[in-house]
Design a protein. Structure first.
Length: 304
């Protein structure tokens, strides 16, 4: 543009420049539903997601947000294993029935059991041999025990073990837990193989958080950010294995070849998982991400 040509000055607005004026309403707050959809597959009870930033979202924030009906997106400034573990903590934090509970063998030492219980923040573990339930080890069994070299089989509850069969309802499980004054109820099949675990803690959480956002197995939903770097394949595989619900391809400039290729790659490799692409600020960029396979698009540069 020549130096003496007039320059066009455009008006621009940011968040603090906009105010929504209140207006008359006949709708009561209790009548309002703010439920919406993130993707065709995933719904949100409240339209809130957290930023995939290392100062904002790991497992604790994700759990709290999902319990209220939103979605946490765990940041990627972690190793693939660390990020996958954060996802795993969310998926194991609240269930209707734990489908793949942490287990331990009868020949393991007490010290090993305590490490597993501490790592997953659980108060007990089923004891199995080749998938068959042989006992359960809880804090009640461990009380005041100081010998970490003892075998699990020496401490576990194995006589008159209370179990439930596959297909039991949570209401019936609650009655069994109350009747026998226990906090954990292993679920087994006709051959005695462990199929799951129901805890009084999870039943209580279900009542405390009726709007919790859960998957088809009763686990809290969670998202995680991935980049377009060399570790994308490894990171995505570990996240999927941990039970992730939705990938967020995290980039400051989403209308780029790297992001488009990452979205397409993830959709091809993990067709049952959703992929969100971004961030973008134009219609052309949004269209490109949708054509690459994105299930949703993050719009806006800079909001996190």
């Amino acid at each position: 543009m020549p130096k003496d040509s007039p320059r066009e000055i455009l008006d621009g607005l940011t968040f603090d420049d906009v105010l929504l004026l209140p207006a008359y309403s006949e709708v009561l707050p209790s009548q309002v539903s703010v439920e919406t959809r993130l993707t065709k597959r995933l719904s949100l009870k409240i339209p809130l997601l957290s930023a995939a930033m290392d100062t904002v979202t790991e497992s604790k924030a994700s759990i709290a947000l999902a319990q209220e009906g939103g979605l946490g997106v765990i940041h990627k400034n972690l190793s693939p294993d660390e990020q996958a573990f954060e996802v795993e903590k969310v998926k194991k934090s609240e269930w209707g029935m734990i489908l793949d509970p942490v287990t331990i063998g009868p020949d393991a030492k007490l010290g090993e059991a305590l490490i597993a219980m501490s790592r997953f923040k659980i108060s007990g573990v089923p004891v199995t041999v080749k998938g068959k339930l042989v006992g359960i080890l809880t804090n009640r069994d461990l009380r005041f025990e100081e010998n970490l070299e003892l075998k699990v089989s020496d401490l576990m509850t194995k006589e008159e073990l209370i179990t439930a069969r596959e297909g039991i309802t949570l209401e019936d499980a609650k009655k069994l837990l109350h009747k026998h004054r226990i906090e954990k109820l292993p679920v087994v099949d006709s051959a005695g193989n462990l199929r799951g675990l129901i805890t009084i803690k999870d039943i209580a959480k279900k009542a405390a958080y009726p709007n919790a956002n859960k998957d088809s197995f009763g686990r809290l939903i969670v998202g995680a950010a991935v980049g377009v770097g060399a570790d994308l394949s490894e990171r995505a595989g570990k996240l999927a294995e941990a039970g992730l619900d939705v990938f967020f391809v995290d980039s400051a400039h989403g209308h780029s070849r790297g992001v488009l290729e990452a979205v397409a790659t993830l959709k091809k490799r993990f067709p049952r998982l959703d992929v969100v692409g971004g961030n973008v600020a134009t219609g052309a960029a949004t269209k490109a991400l949708i054509e690459a396979g994105a299930d949703a698009v993050k719009v806006g540069i800079g909001p996190g």
